[in-house]
Design a protein around this ligand. Structure first.
Ligand SMILES: Cc1ncc(COP(=O)(O)O)c(C=O)c1O
Length: 365
């Protein structure tokens, strides 16, 4: 059968998602399982989004609005931009695919970092595009090293900011230097899936780069802080002309009726966002304190997850934590064999995760 498949597809190592709750319950015969493995919102979906979806359910016999007219208009108002500045996607995952298909010829390349969101490389590979990756420096994107990889054939540069799985971010100073030195044909994609959780002053204002006519594309998602991961809704913000080319590549009905209705309502749900942000930051402090008490190293995070050095094979730690009904992410797929990534949950979930981690890492006397 191998001969039937394109070579680039044969070489792909498929993305391994966080283990689902139901599967874990079934396999281990557990009643209560918590999932802190996919950086989702532990406080549920935005209640306003749920109400809006209920109202639009009766209309799902029709195709969705192919233009996403109301949602784009609403986003435009939210950001003080034009509706033409937005492209909607079936999650930002889909937009990564659209970006590569729109801008990168098969003999051109993409630059990003090692140990970053795996979909950049997987989607590029499936599309037979070459990816060049610079190593991280102290768990952080090294923009200087990435710049050295950029050549005349580089069309896209992916910067996850904050980065997944490290939670680190690049500062506005680093980005300003990087953009200044970048050759004209390269488009920089700032993937800001976790921007809502930022709590620092030197995070770059990527919209400002857009206003100053830099060739940048900003990716945002409703999957994290807005609590709508299961609906699949993300968007790109860019110059209208770049967006118009991407619109040619997009499938006409890529964002379904419920996702459009939910997005429209969620963007207005300031209370929900505020609560999510506050509880996440509190949860992060709690987990930092507990990890320090346990003497475990971690990477300080600007996002809603923490990369933890468990000082032993993370696949074993993952399996042992499952037995306590706690799903985390083991990081061997990212080349971080002794690390797990823990999503910050509700306070009850955080306590349970820490208690499980303590039991798993403390050998019985
Ligand atoms: C950095 C980053 N970008 C994009 C995504 C995908 O988001 P979406 O659910 O919008 O496809 C994720 C999800 O984990 C992510 O971590």
């Amino acid at each position: 059968m191998n001969t039937l498949v394109r070579k680039s597809v044969l070489d792909v190592k498929p993305y391994v998602p966080g283990k689902p709750i139901e599967e874990t319950k079934r396999q281990l015969g557990l009643k209560e399982v918590i999932k802190l493995a996919s950086n989702e919102n532990p406080f549920g979906p935005s209640p306003k989004a749920v109400e809006a979806m209920k109202k639009s359910l009766a209309g799902v016999n029709r195709y969705p609005d192919a233009q996403g007219y109301y949602l784009k208009k609403r986003l435009a108002r939210h950001f003080g931009l034009l509706a033409e500045n937005f492209l909607l996607g079936n999650g930002s995952d889909e937009i990564i695919d659209i970006l590569i298909k729109t801008f990168v010829e098969t003999d051109e390349n993409i630059v990003t970092s090692d140990t970053t969101f795996l979909e950049y490389e997987i989607i590029a590979q499936v599309n037979s595009r070459k990816v060049k990756k610079a190593p991280l420096r102290y768990f952080k994107y090294d923009l200087g090293a990435m710049l050295k990889l950029v050549d005349k054939k580089t069309k896209l540069v992916f910067i996850a900011n904050p980065n997944n799985p490290t939670g680190t971010y690049v500062t506005k100073y680093e980005v300003a230097d990087f953009l200044k030195a970048l050759p004209g044909q390269a488009i920089v994609v700032f993937d800001e899936a976790y921007n809502t959780f930022i709590d620092v002053d030197d995070y770059p204002d990527s919209l400002d780069y857009l206003r100053r006519k830099n060739k940048v594309v900003i990716l945002r998602t409703f999957s994290k802080a807005y609590g709508l991961a299961g609906l699949r809704l993300g968007y790109a913000i860019a110059d209208p002309q770049l967006i118009s080319y991407m619109e040619r590549v997009r499938q006409p009905f890529n964002v379904n009726i419920l996702a459009q209705a939910a997005g429209l309502a969620a963007i207005d749900d300031k209370d929900f966002l505020k609560k999510t942000r506050r509880m996440t930051l509190e949860g992060k402090d709690f987990i930092y304190r507990e990890l320090s008490k346990m003497g475990l190293g971690y990477v300080p995070s600007a996002a809603n997850f923490i990369l933890i050095d468990v000082e032993k094979d993370s696949r074993e730690v993952f399996k042992s934590m499952l037995k306590f009904g706690v799903i985390v992410r083991e990081m061997s797929q990212y080349g971080l064999k002794n690390f797990i990534r823990l999503t910050i949950g509700s306070q009850k979930e955080n306590r349970r995760a820490i208690s499980a981690l303590r039991k798993v890492l403390t050998p019985r006397a």
